[in-house]
Write a protein that binds this ligand. Structure first.
Ligand SMILES: [Zn+2]
Length: 146
């Protein structure tokens, strides 16, 4: 903050209360510049609205039916483990929209898994049989190389 002597106009060093040239007591600068400009209180209150929003919350839509319990999941998994009946239930539940959404999704997931597993098994069986037939063929026609 710069303070000038009101008598001679000398710029006073910081912390000096008496002018070194004329000896006049240093006065504070004029009032408007001395008081830091602060915005009125109502402006700061209006600029930060923290009013709680009391609207309906749609971030967690809940299904009408209650969540399927652990016993429901276990029952479904045990049912899916049955060779033929499980596949039939899996197909019905994954197609039907009237079952619980959890059961529906579980059936779809298991159906996809079953399809992928059986496809992999089929490929493995085909490769295995091809290799075995090739070995059998060679053993049949070129027995001395083995
Ligand atoms: Zn002075």
């Amino acid at each position: 903050m710069l303070i000038f002597c009101k008598e001679c106009g000398l710029l006073l060093p910081a912390g000096k209360t008496v002018c070194p040239r004329c000896g006049a007591p240093a006065s504070l600068p004029s009032a408007p510049s001395a008081t830091p400009a602060r915005p009125p209180l109502y402006e700061t209150a209006a600029s930060s609205p923290k009013a709680p929003v009391n609207g309906p919350r749609y971030d967690s839509p809940r299904p009408e039916k209650g969540p399927m319990g652990l016993s429901g999941y276990f029952g479904s998994l045990i049912l899916f483990a049955i060779p033929v009946v499980g596949l039939i239930f899996m197909l019905i539940w994954s197609i039907s929209e009237r079952v619980r959404p959890e059961r529906h999704r579980l059936a779809q997931a298991y159906l996809i898994r079953t399809v992928i597993f059986s496809a992999l098994l089929l490929v493995a069986a085909l490769v295995f049989s091809a290799v075995m037939s090739q070995i059998a063929y060679r053993m049949m026609y070129y027995p001395f190389y083995y």
